[in-house]
Design a protein around this ligand. Structure first.
Ligand SMILES: NC(=O)C1=CN([C@@H]2O[C@H](COP(=O)(O)OP(=O)(O)OC[C@H]3O[C@@H](n4cnc5c(N)ncnc54)[C@H](OP(=O)(O)O)[C@@H]3O)[C@@H](O)[C@H]2O)C=CC1
Ligand SMILES: CC(=O)N[C@@H](CCC(=O)OP(=O)(O)O)C(=O)O
Length: 342
């Protein structure tokens, strides 16, 4: 019997990408689709690339509209998920693509999001140690932020292998879809085209505590992350350049071996052959994470670079991968590592 899935926030970028993936998922039947200001509109007017769903009408987001499904995906702005989730019952799988249940520290939540902490759910980054076990049979899942996905996977083998000092420096470029569909003056075409610019500098980006949470758990010691996001003139993609000083005794061979071992059996993470470098174009529309690592002997630093599609592995693909694990389906069902090029 098909798994019936509802999508709240179906008019947004994350909801749209999720629906693209669910349309190709062999076990899923798409149920209710809800929106907010666009409730009452046909999906075809808002997500014209989703032709099979063009005639579907968005309902207002409510517990009644989302009732009667096996899975409810929440692709809502931060702070909106808890109130909806608590009305849905314990037996339904709720997959939250927002930030509300990602952070373990209430103090971090309050500092970076400025509201009351809603709680913590099993974290939907299966590649982290222990994460798959926590997701199996779960009925609540917090999908990671897009930057924390790219950065955590880039640095995981370095910290798990004890090869890097606990002071990471990350500079990452992202596409404009990361900011969602709502109108923002700094995201007008004329501001973004032909230019790259930093934002959220100096430890102020809300994904910083999530990266610290992930990397510290892997390293077994507190890791600091100096994170600088930049906006690039592309619709999708994240390229994260991450580095940390090497621990004494680390060599290029140790670093390569640690990365090969960490990702040998991961279906979506690909350590590229030496000499090849990740590119956002190579993972466009795919659930793949491309990674390359180098040891810079002159600076004695480990340099790890990852590329993901922020909307796919960075959000909707991670949500589907987590759903598959939670429901006992094959983890890769309905997901692809094949991108679109050129
Ligand atoms: N874009 C990305 O790359 C990523 C996004 N996410 C997360 O996914 C979630 C959605 O982001 P995204 O799709 O980019 O954002 P969008 O702005 O594109 O979409 C937001 C969605 O939420 C609905 N919505 C807006 N306000 C409310 C409200 N007050 N109550 C209920 N629904 C509301 C909108 O409905 P309507 O249009 O009808 O008003 C729309 O469907 C966010 O939490 C975001 O952090 C996570 C990782 C990456
Ligand atoms: C360009 C841009 O603004 N990108 C977003 C990406 C974050 C994101 O979408 O993730 P969550 O909202 O799920 O945490 C940002 O930096 O805030």
């Amino acid at each position: 019997m098909a798994i019936r899935a509802a999508v709240a926030g179906a008019s947004g970028y994350a909801g749209g990408e999720l629906l693209r993936l669910l349309l190709a998922h062999p076990e899923v039947e798409i149920g209710a689709l809800t929106g907010h200001s666009n409730a009452g509109q046909k999906l075809g007017a808002l997500q014209p690339h989703l032709l099979p769903l063009a005639e579907r009408v968005l309902e207002p987001t409510s517990a009644e509209a989302l009732a009667g499904h096996d899975v409810v995906f929440l692709a809502l702005p931060h702070g909106q998920s808890a109130a909806v989730a608590q009305q849905l019952g314990d037996e339904v799988l709720v997959v939250d693509m927002g930030a509300d249940f990602r952070l373990r520290s209430p103090a971090d939540w309050e500092t970076f999001y400025g509201s009351e902490h809603a709680g913590v759910w099993p974290y939907g980054l299966p590649e982290l140690p222990g994460a798959r076990a926590a997701l199996e049979g779960a009925r609540r899942v917090a999908v990671p932020g897009c930057y924390p996905t790219a950065v955590s996977l880039a640095l995981l083998p370095a910290y798990a292998g004890g090869l890097a000092e606990p002071e990471a420096v990350v500079v990452a470029a992202t596409g404009t879809s990361g900011a969602g569909k709502a109108l923002k003056p700094h995201l007008l075409g004329s501001e973004v085209m032909g230019s790259m610019s930093p934002y959220g500098v100096g430890g102020s980006h809300r994904h910083t505590p999530e990266m610290i949470q992930n990397l510290s758990a892997v390293a077994g010691e507190q890791v600091s992350v100096s994170f600088t996001p930049t906006l690039a003139p592309m619709s999708r993609g994240i390229l994260a350049t991450c580095s940390a000083k090497a621990k004494p005794g680390a060599t290029a061979a140790h670093v390569r071996a640690a990365y090969e071992k960490a990702y040998a059996d991961e279906p979506f993470v690909r350590l590229l052959p030496e000499g090849q470098w990740p590119a956002t174009a190579s993972v466009y529309g795919s659930n793949a994470v491309q990674i390359q690592v180098a040891y810079d002997g002159a600076a004695d630093r480990v340099i790890a670079i990852s590329a993901i599609d922020n909307l796919t592995k960075g959000t909707a693909g991670g949500a589907v991968q987590s759903m598959n694990i939670a429901l006992g389906l094959g983890e890769t069902t309905g997901l692809s590592t094949t991108g679109v090029a050129p």
